[in-house]
Design a protein around this ligand. Structure first.
Ligand SMILES: *Cc1c(COP(=O)(O)O)cnc(C)c1O
Length: 238
């Protein structure tokens, strides 16, 4: 990575932060409520290190094996307390142990079987609590991963019983090519999913909404996103 690339990266990051702030301003939200997760799946350890030096505090990866290769090569990740690692990809039960060893937050819990496996492995690893999001398929698109929206309530009532899971909120992905209307519908749908829990203690545990990527994060923020997962927009022109 040369100086010119570093400058592009810094400018991209600044621009993304400005766009987050502008989206927050439109709906009178405090930008500090929105966590930027830099999704680094398309870049190597050097760029990840540069992002951390530029002040990024949250990084996201979607594949365990890539993380196992890259994380040890990023000096900025050595202090576990400084940068939070988010696992955002589809998670198979046989990868849970590895993910727990490397990551702080899991955004993609979409079945009871997976939640139970996380609970079991966390106990074995003596990890008292695992921060996790429930991934919901709001759009109903068949190709999409995630729990069908209609199964969410039953799932959550059972998932609440797993002692090592610390439920943080809900996660979704809007369909890529369907336009702003559909994306907004999905984001709003995710927010509304938690409203039947209003007044219940359980709601407190679902305070966060992980939604919005490079092409739709501003809409997601307008609809209440607390965590945006952004890759492409950070690396344009590099
Ligand atoms: C890749 C990915 C992102 C980031 O997507 P961009 O369009 O590159 O911003 C966000 N969330 C998930 C689950 C991803 O796999």
């Amino acid at each position: 990575m040369d100086a010119a690339q570093r400058e592009i990266l810094a400018a991209n990051l600044r621009r993304v932060r400005e766009r987050i702030a502008a989206a927050c301003a439109r709906v009178k939200r405090d930008p500090r409520e929105v966590t930027l997760i830099a999704v680094t799946k398309s870049v190597g350890p050097e760029v990840m290190q540069a992002l951390i030096e530029l002040g990024v505090t949250d990084i996201g990866e979607n594949k365990l094996q890539a993380a196992q290769e890259k994380f040890p090569q990023v000096p900025g990740l050595r202090d576990r307390a400084k940068v939070k690692r988010h696992f955002i990809g589809h998670l198979q039960t046989n990868k849970v142990k590895g993910v727990l060893e490397l990551f702080d937050v899991i955004h993609s819990v979409d079945s009871l079987k997976l939640a139970e496996e996380i609970d079991k492995r966390a106990r074995q690893l003596e990890r008292p609590a695992v921060a996790a999001f429930i991934e919901v398929n709001v759009s109903g698109e068949e190709s999409k991963q995630g729990l069908p929206a209609g199964e969410f309530r039953d799932f959550f009532m059972q998932a609440l019983r797993l002692p090592r899971l610390e439920w943080q909120g809900l996660m979704t992905m809007a369909p890529l090519a369907e336009g702003d209307e559909v994306a907004r519908f999905c984001f709003r749908g995710l927010r509304q999913l938690s409203s039947p829990f209003a007044g219940e203690e359980a709601l407190l545990r679902l305070a966060y909404l992980s939604m919005g990527m490079s092409n739709d994060f501003e809409l997601a923020i307008e609809e209440g996103a607390t965590h945006v997962r952004i890759g492409t927009a950070l690396f344009e022109g590099m």
